[in-house]
Ligand binder design. Structure first.
Ligand SMILES: C[S@@+](CC[C@H](N)C(=O)[O-])C[C@H]1O[C@@H](n2cnc3c(N)ncnc32)[C@H](O)[C@@H]1O
Length: 218
């Protein structure tokens, strides 16, 4: 973390939340260990569980993921949608995609995940039909564009879920500092779009880990 960045949740509370989660299989634990070792920014088990629950609550069967890395969050979505469901993995890095394919197969969900390599929004445009959930975790300058694209592709009642929407607390530090950091300005813009009072959507930013925004399309 850079100087001045904030822990959103006190580390002790983070550890407590993680300690409550008992059920994780070997493949997921292996991915978590690798992410810690190699500094791969995965959502982790506390947020992964939230995703699983959101998918169950909305009876999701079609999940589009924008920015999937080694497939850790993909695994949570894929387990939640069950055997009849489908998840689209996207990442611009073919090495990530190769590793993800192996993990997802070993995790028993390879058959319900389609792996797409390239720009996440372009990949989404190539897939036909509406989604129950779009999960956004791409590079932050892409967030405002992803908001508009995802909202167009969700069914009514579908969810746009977006990670890092508190962006290490930087979003709370006002316009001047944000102007120097395009990523912060983009996440702030995403949050304004998501919270804009309109009749298309309703959003809540959950201050879990680095902030997770859940938007329901009306
Ligand atoms: C934060 S990581 C994703 C972590 C993953 N969602 C998880 O929690 O397990 C972001 C990933 O998105 C990819 N990425 C960033 N911007 C992208 C874009 N515009 N199109 C496709 N992939 C992108 C990066 O290569 C990186 O692997």
């Amino acid at each position: 973390m850079a100087v001045g960045d904030l822990e959103i949740v006190h580390p002790r509370i983070e550890r407590y939340l993680a300690s409550l989660i008992l059920q994780r299989d070997r493949v997921m634990m292996e991915m978590e260990a690798r992410a810690r070792r190699e500094d791969i920014p995965i959502v982790g088990p506390v947020v992964g569980r939230l995703f699983y629950q959101l998918a169950l609550m909305s009876r999701a069967k079609r999940v589009m993921e924008l920015g999937s890395a080694i497939g850790y969050s993909t695994m949570w979505w894929a387990r939640a949608v069950g055997g009849g469901g489908k998840v689209w993995y996207t990442d611009s890095d073919p090495t990530n995609a190769r590793d993800a394919r192996r993990y997802l197969k070993r995790g028993g969900v390879g058959d319900r995940v389609e792996i797409l390599v390239g720009d996440a929004l372009e990949c989404m445009h190539r897939v036909k039909g509406k989604f129950d959930i779009v999960f956004c975790d791409i590079d932050k300058p892409g967030y405002p564009k992803a908001y508009a694209a995802a909202m167009r592709r969700l069914r009514r009642g579908g969810l746009l879920v977006c990670d890092n929407t508190l962006w290490k607390g930087r979003v709370a530090f006002g316009f001047v500092r944000a102007k120097r950091a395009p990523s912060t300005a983009a996440v702030q813009q995403f949050n304004r779009l998501a919270y804009a009072a309109d009749d298309r959507a309703f959003a809540t930013l959950i201050p879990l880990r680095d902030g997770v925004t859940v938007v329901v399309k009306r």
